[in-house]
Design a protein. Sequence first.
Length: 496
Amino acid sequence: MQEREAKLAAPPGFDVPELGGPDDGVQAEPLAPRRLQTTYYDTPDLRLARWGASLRYRPGEGWTVKLPEGQNGVLLVRAEHVFGGDGRKPPAEAVALVRAFVRTGKLAPAARMRTVRRPVELRDPAGSRLAEMVDDDVQLLDGRRITGRFRELEVELDEAADVGLLDQVVDRLLEAGAHAAEPTPKYLRALGGRERVLGPEVVEPEVDTGSSVETLLRHDLASGTLRLFRHEAGVRIGEDPEAVHQARVATRRIRSTLRTFSSLLDTEWTDRLRDDLKWLANLLGEVRDTDVLLERFSEHLAALPEQDAKPGRRLLERLNEERDQARRRLLGAMASDKYVQLLEDLVAAAAAPALLPGADRPAAEVMPPLVAKPWKKLRKAVRKAGDDPPDHELHQIRIRAKRARYAAEAVEPVIGKPAEDFADAVADLQGVLGDHQDAVVGEAWLREAAASGRRDVALVAGLLIAAERASAADTRASWRKVWKAANRKQLRSWLP
């Protein structure tokens, strides 16, 4: 569920104004006050708060996880997930969603509060609910002792409401004397800024053209770690294939950095981290590969006659079952101690990678020769490929293109636009060869399915094989042109 809400501060003596009327096209209906008891859980070092997440329990409501997603002005947009259960222990499903943030930390009550909530529902003329405004009088508790209090107003839109209603209600509250406030969740207000003193767990250092090797590597490793952590819960939820894709890219990019710049890092530390990341990347890859095939086959099937739809759906059902199996393996691995330790290692790596002496030298001088190595290997592989390379050689060229691209992107913060232009051109090559490999894998899967399926399924599989072959032929015909564009001398003028 997506929340869309705005928060305002209410000064002493504030009276809530009339929020609806005939001229507004909105009806306001005050509801009976509610009394809420809320307990927030976190680790002793406030890892959830420092990531912008929260885990709370309310009697009668159960457990709620809020995950950080984004912010746009006073409008908060975040994912909220509710679970049943009593207040004795957070349910395993809720803990799993915040596992990346908690890792080996221990969850315990971190803040308690008592709230008197006075809600007002906003409805359209037909009586359908559009939004709710709540006036919360909050008391912070230490046992039975009140340690602080605040009053805040929240306006939360329902899914069908236009965002303009939020502006309308907020303006009315401001006119009545409410104050604009930082859209800070109640839990963070209850902590009184303690999470800011500790600071975020993973920080991307600022980088410029004069930054050192250490600063650039910390920046790149932090960027990859943040990418993985921000999509980790989405991988678990399983509703958006993009979460798996982004998590896989994150693991691959970190591995690429560790490979390209291995001469600047401790070998034992680098090899162990790369091996663990490869383990995770392979599991993510099994799910991602089936997602790609499902998308491709669905597009192909949409172009076929209706009579082929039913056997086509049988093909997709088989592929969906393979995806479910791959997903179960992935989730099983994400429940393991090995996975949790990998997350801990990534947080530590982003803060303090195991650098060898000389990491204080300028990155703009040290790094380009290292970026040149994967580029030279790519160029050599293309030269060896000849005019009509087999599929497996094109796949290897794609892998080398990906490594050269990631290496260039890693140094973009210190090299600037020359590295960006180079990376973009190599990314185009990676893309066209990626499409080719997807077609090759798709054909292989379809052939196996056709051999073990019914006659009508085999017929549809044959039609899809033809579509995949046509796609592969198109990419074969175009990849050399894309390579020529990437191999322009001016793109690599910054490389030695």
